[in-house]
Structures are given as C-alpha cells and as structure tokens.
Design a protein around this ligand. Structure first.
Ligand SMILES: C[C@@]1(CC(=O)O)c2cc3[nH]c(cc4nc(cc5[nH]c(cc(n2)[C@H]1CCC(=O)O)[C@@](C)(CC(=O)O)[C@@H]5CCC(=O)O)C(CC(=O)O)=C4CCC(=O)O)c(CCC(=O)O)c3CC(=O)O
Ligand SMILES: NC(=O)C1=CN([C@@H]2O[C@H](COP(=O)(O)OP(=O)(O)OC[C@H]3O[C@@H](n4cnc5c(N)ncnc54)[C@H](O)[C@@H]3O)[C@@H](O)[C@H]2O)C=CC1
Length: 212
C-alpha cells in the first residue's frame, strides 16, 4: 500500500451504482469538488436530491462495457461482478484509478476512513481486512487529537515560510524543525502552554540565525 493525497477538484469521476455505498463515495468526492457522474438504473433519494441540485450528473442506465472511458477515477458499488471485471480490464488499458468498493481485489486503490482536524489529515486503513475497525480507529483517534495541534500547525506553517529565507542551510532548517517537534515543546503545546512553546521556538530561531 502506497498512501497518497489526491487533488480531485474538477476531476471527472464515475460512480457505478446508486445505493448507500455509492452515496458515501459520492459525498466524499463532492467534498473535494470533483465532477461526479452516477451511472445506475435507480438512485437513492439522497442522490436524487444531489441530481436535482445539479451537484451530480446521472446516467440512468445499467453499466455497459466501455462506459468508464474518459473518467479519471471510477468506483463500482453496484455489486455485480461482471461490471467490476469490465471496469478492471478498462482500468488496465486506460490507467484510471479504480476503487472496487464491491469487489476490492479487482480495483487498484481503496478508500481509508479519514478525518481532518485543525488542518491535519488522518487516514486509516486495514488494507480491506476490516473496514468497521478502520472506522472505529478513526473515531478513537478523533477524540484524542488535542485541539492545540491545529493552533500549533498554523504557527509552524507561518514560521516555516519565514525561516526558509532566514536559515540559509537546508540541513540547519531540518535540525531546527526536529527540535521544534520534540516531546518537550510538544508537551507544552498539548498542555495548552502555547505562549511558552512559542517563546522557546523563537529563542531557538535566534540561535540558528546567529550560527548561520
Ligand atoms: C476494501 C474497501 C474498498 C473501498 O470501498 O474503498 C472496502 C470494502 C468493503 N467494505 C464492506 C463493508 C463495510 N464498509 C464499511 C465502511 C467503510 N468502508 C470503507 C472502505 C473500504 N471498504 C475499503 C477498505 C478500507 C480499509 O482498508 O480498511 C471506509 C473506511 C471508507 C469509505 O467507504 O469511504 C468506510 C468507513 C467510513 C468512515 O466512517 O470513515 C462498513 C461499516 C459501516 O458502513 O458503518 C462495512 C460493514 C462492516 C464491515 O464489513 O467491516 C464490504 C462488504 C462486506 C460484506 O459484504 O460483508 C466491502 C467489500 C468487501 O470487503 O468485499
Ligand atoms: N466498500 C464499502 O464500503 C462497502 C461495500 N459494500 C458492497 O457494495 C455493493 C453495493 O452495496 P449497496 O450500496 O448496499 O447496494 P444497493 O443494492 O443498495 O445498491 C446497488 C445499486 O446498484 C445499481 N445497479 C444495479 N445494477 C447495476 C448495473 N448493472 N449498473 C449500474 N448500476 C447498477 C442499483 O440501481 C442500485 O442503485 C455490495 O456489493 C456490497 O457488498 C457494502 C458495504 C460497504
């Protein structure tokens, strides 16, 4: 498994099937501003609502061989093996990403249980062995990420831009960031002593600047 973050904005995506699994995949794609087409003879009320609001296109049909052509990300969620086999063959010929939600071994990628908090993205996968466990671990982790992490990320991102020019050497920058994210400073962050943590970082910046 090779984790990767995909930019989906405007990407033509096809979801085959219109039941509850399709709804979950469509929702995630819409959150990323993908261009979504659903292909199914019947769709659930939730998808019908998206269709009426023009947030998705709907091809009211059963899948025919070749229908995936032109799409960059394709999901099968109709539970029909023949359809998944066709899409599998097409994914090999046309190199699109294929999430086989109904027959996972035929696809070339899967979706993790994911969440974002304070600008930090988490993705949990069990490599298809127990999606329910991935969901549980997601919720377990969600409740354990200190809100201060998000505040600290904002500070770190600003400092990172600032220091790119101020600490000339890339190795020094690397050493600096390892120091910022050590347990001592992060424990200050976690216990809400953000001002103290920031002061330590700023002092350290001073040292690095005078060294370089
Ligand atoms: C391989 C994979 C392919 C893919 O869909 O990408 C896949 C496959 C299958 N899932 C099935 C069942 C369930 N899936 C869920 C839920 C989720 N499934 C998701 C991902 C994945 N599911 C990929 C691997 C993820 C990993 O590596 O762990 C999540 C994480 C992400 C998402 O879908 O967006 C999302 C949680 C979202 C969240 O909350 O964040 C639940 C629980 C529920 O719905 O509450 C159940 C019932 C309980 C159970 O079976 O565990 C079945 C039918 C099995 C059968 O017939 O019995 C198959 C097909 C099969 O296994 O053959
Ligand atoms: N990956 C995942 O997270 C999960 C996957 N599954 C699997 O996903 C599949 C779908 O599950 P549900 O959404 O609950 O099913 P469902 O029965 O609610 O929906 C099936 C949909 O496929 C459409 N359909 C039927 N034949 C079609 C065809 N030839 N071409 C295009 N669309 C067609 C139907 O009109 C319907 O909209 C099942 O195989 C199930 O085992 C189930 C749970 C979770």
């Amino acid at each position: 498994m090779y984790p990767v973050n995909l930019k989906m904005k405007g990407l033509p995506c096809l979801v085959i099937g219109g039941g509850h699994v399709a709804v979950r995949k469509v929702k995630k794609l819409l959150l990323e501003d993908a261009e979504v087409t659903v292909l199914a003879p019947e769709i659930s009320p939730e998808l019908m609502q998206y269709f009426r609001e023009k947030r998705i296109s709907w091809q009211q049909a059963s899948y025919r061989k070749g229908d995936a052509k032109g799409y960059r990300f394709v999901v099968t969620a109709c539970g029909i093996r023949q359809v998944a086999e066709w899409v599998h063959e097409e994914s090999l010929l046309q190199s699109f990403l294929y999430n086989a939600a109904d027959f996972p071994p035929l696809g070339n990628c899967s979706l993790p249980a994911a969440f974002e908090t304070g600008g930090i993205h988490f993705a949990i996968s069990t490599d298809g062995r127990s999606p329910a466990m991935a969901k549980y671990v997601k919720n377990w982790l969600k409740g354990r990420i200190p809100p201060a992490f998000g505040v600290w990320l904002d500070k770190a991102a600003l400092l990172r831009e600032e220091l790119r020019n101020e600490i000339a050497d890339s190795r020094d920058r690397e050493r600096f960031w390892h120091m910022v994210f050590d347990d001592e400073i992060m424990n200050l962050v976690i216990t809400g002593k953000l001002d103290e943590a920031e002061e330590r970082v700023r002092n350290a910046v001073g040292c690095f600047r005078s060294e370089s």
